[in-house]
Design a protein around this ligand. Structure first.
Ligand code: UDP
Length: 466
């Protein structure tokens, strides 16, 4: 029987690792011809990533983890564009990746096994296609975002060839394959506006999509039918919709100890069904002190029960941030948890009836899976685009903001109060659609479902049927 070694190279941020590592596990469970190697890069700002990768791969007999040596971090001044910074970090890892892959290839050929080896690259690692080529390894992309984002990335190189300039807020709305409606520039990822690094980094990555052997996307046909139908254009490699790929157990985190976890779950156990609004803004979302105060006031005035994962800004001290007497007044009906919430478990709890989310793609899939409607509050990366798709195209989320960005205008307490009321008291149509889509998500990954079938096709294309 022909065996295959899939070498996954994820970007070490939690939002990328969750689905990548779960997908690796899912493949192992599906096909015993597979061995998986994960190359783990050490990113300076994500200590959690190492622990998470180790814990997820530890008990898997056919997954081996190779931790690459630490590289010098990129200069701090590049941090004005996260995408530019990550791209430089990835480039610095290439020599280590190459050494490691060379060893793997030579040990596979010395062992005389007819083992096929394939690279499965994260979006930010696409420049490693060239290393793969030198060593005769084909590259697949595992896209942790959705098919709409894929449409944007496939579109960017042609726009760049025509205009050679970053986006501007005053650009007209654009017709982008993968989106039903014209996309206004205000919902584009921040990187495409940033001429110092972000735009260039994005274009470089976008130019490599068509050099892959296939594009694996964490989405499912029933959710993104239109987008997935717009790619067989003769130029795009095969696209495999394999999702939702979720970590339904949730991630360990140093900011969440067992006692805190138990407190949260116990508190939820005492709340009536669908009565709690949950607020959580991803692995990196946070607000300044003034915005935190507005959120607190808005929640208090909404009269609804809430669980708020509050990542405190570094200063001033947390005690001075919340309105005076707030904690006493909300006692019993509101709970604030530290900077990390057991999000998946919270969304699965029957007490939770709504989710104020930054619209990271994992968070969206998790909330759909559990049938909890989202109120959109995007902050960074491609979250505005996700929010736009969910609200305007799919009718699967309620709008608070589509175009908010990190450091953007204040969202005032009145707006938050009104939006939370709309989410919790109204939105019957959205709530119904979300529940139906959650059921379709579960079917998609079951034997015979659309994503299950697509994974089967992917494996045949990677390994062949021999
Ligand atoms: N997450 C969590 N607790 C938190 C914040 C995030 O468990 O307090 C998890 C969340 O469930 C999701 C991931 O971290 O699986 C975040 O991924 P997403 O794509 O939503 O956002 P990102 O962090 O990449 O912006």
């Amino acid at each position: 029987m022909r065996q295959a070694e899939l070498i996954f190279i994820p970007t070490p941020g939690i939002g990328h690792l969750v689905s990548t590592l779960e997908f690796a596990k899912c493949l192992i469970d599906r096909d015993d011809r597979l061995l998986i190697t994960i190359l783990s890069m050490k990113f300076p700002f994500t200590p959690l990533a190492d622990a998470y990768t180790r814990s997820l791969t530890a008990s898997q007999a056919r997954i081996q983890l190779i931790e690459l040596p630490q590289v010098d971090p990129p200069p701090a001044e590049l941090l004005n564009s996260v995408e530019g910074y990550i791209s430089v970090f990835i480039e610095r890892n290439i020599p280590n990746v190459k050494r490691c892959l060379t060893k793997i290839v030579s040990s596979n050929s010395n062992s005389g096994s007819a083992r096929v080896a394939v690279l499965v690259l994260d979006f930010f690692c696409l420049s490693m296609i060239d290393v793969g080529r030198e060593l005769g390894l084909p590259s697949y992309l595992f896209l942790t975002s959705n098919a709409g984002f894929l449409g944007l990335m496939l579109y960017l190189p042609s726009r760049h060839n025509q205009m050679n300039i970053e986006f501007s807020d005053s650009d007209p709305a654009l017709l982008i394959p993968g989106f039903v409606n014209p996309v206004p520039p205000v919902v584009m990822p921040s990187a495409v506006f940033n001429k110092d690094g972000g735009y260039t980094a994005y274009i470089k990555l976008a130019q490599r999509f068509r050099d892959t052997k296939g594009i694996i996307v964490n989405t499912f046909t029933e959710l993104e039918q239109h987008a997935l139908g717009s790619f067989p254009d003769g130029q795009t490699p095969p696209v495999y919709a394999v999702g939702p790929v979720l970590d339904l157990k949730g991630q360990p985190h140093p900011g969440l100890d067992q006692a805190q976890h138990d407190n949260i779950m116990k508190w939820l156990d005492f709340q009536p069904p669908s009565s709690v609004v949950f607020l959580c803004f991803g692995s990196m979302g946070s607000f300044g002190a003034t915005q935190v105060k507005e959120i607190a006031t808005g929640l208090e005035r909404s009269g609804h029960r809430f669980l708020w994962s509050l990542r405190m800004p570094p200063s001033p001290s947390p005690d001075n941030i919340l309105p005076e007497g707030f904690l006493e007044r909300i006692e019993g009906r509101g709970m604030i948890c530290g900077e990390w919430a057991p999000q998946v478990e919270v969304l699965a709890h029957k007490a939770v009836g709504g989710f104020v989310s930054h619209c990271g793609w994992n968070s969206i899939l998790e909330s759909l899976w559990h049938g909890v409607p989202i109120l959109t509050w995007p902050i960074y990366a491609e979250q505005q685009l996700n929010a736009f798709k969910m609200v305007r195209e799919l009718g699967l989320a309620m709008e608070m903001r589509l175009d908010y960005r990190s450091g953007g205008d204040l969202v005032m307490a009145e707006e938050i109060e009104r939006a939370v009321r709309r989410l919790m008291d109204g939105g019957i149509e959205v709530r119904k659609k979300v529940k139906e889509m959650g059921e379709m998500a579960r079917k998609a990954v079951m034997d015979g479902g659309s994503s299950f079938t697509s994974i089967g096709q992917l494996m045949e294309d990677m390994i062949g049927s021999s």
